[in-house]
Design a protein around this ligand. Sequence first.
Ligand code: IPD
Ligand code: CA
Length: 271
Amino acid sequence: MSDWCDCFNFGISITKQASEQHKDVRVKSSSADLVTETDERVENLLISAIRNRYPLHRFIGEESVAAGEHLELTDTPTWIIDPIDGTVNFVHRFPFVAISIAFTVNKQTEFGIVYSCVEDKLFCAQRGGGAFLNGEPLHVSGQEDISRCLVVTEIGAERDDLALSIMTSNIFRLLTLPVHGVRALGTAAVDMCQVATGGADVYYHIGMHCWDIAASAIIVQEAGGVVMDTDGSQFDMMSRRVIAASSLVVAGRVADMIQAFPCRRDDEQPV
Ligand code: IPD
Ligand code: CA
């Protein structure tokens, strides 16, 4: 198991503390992309508490990047933070919102924490130590038959014609396979953790960012699941494409069935 237990325990306690906040809504880039004063406040609270304790660590935070901070994953210990995953849900009081924190060293994820605040569900995993929900071990379903799968996905914040047509035709193709059903909770982090619980068999998404899925990726892997790129290649948290599945067979089947629209990588330098 990882040597970063002190950071892990601190991450869990600061996540719980940060989850008590109010709302004040503003539009970020489109009506589907909202930012609240709470997103910024939670991120600032988390970063300042962590920086105070670990002054040499680096951060990749959703709101800091939105405010123009350069996004680069280096070998230095790095906290990847989504202060509120599911901001649209938060604004509508739809009860799935999460704080998501991943911690990387040498670009490898050491642990992930996803706290689904309204449900009071704390998902977490340390590399090599298994995955847990409120202290109980998590295991994926192990399902290998795509026609028996419950699929979770999202139509994300990308709403141009190409993105919409690809995302809706992906859902169409999976439904006509058929699969058992398609669900969307409105937070990538919590969506993906459903695979770790065995409640869903596969999750895929295109267009999200590293802070949406970095923590839940290690939670799915430590629950025995598989995480890969939508083109079937190795998972890359900066690529903005992900499949998380109960088995390699199901991940591969979904990779064969779906298409991705082009997205700028999270770590691409601005031109
Ligand atoms: C979004 C949510 C949503 C997903 C989007 C994400 P935000 O994050 O995770 O479920 O479809 O791609 O950007 O904006 O609520 O932090
Ligand atoms: Ca998010």
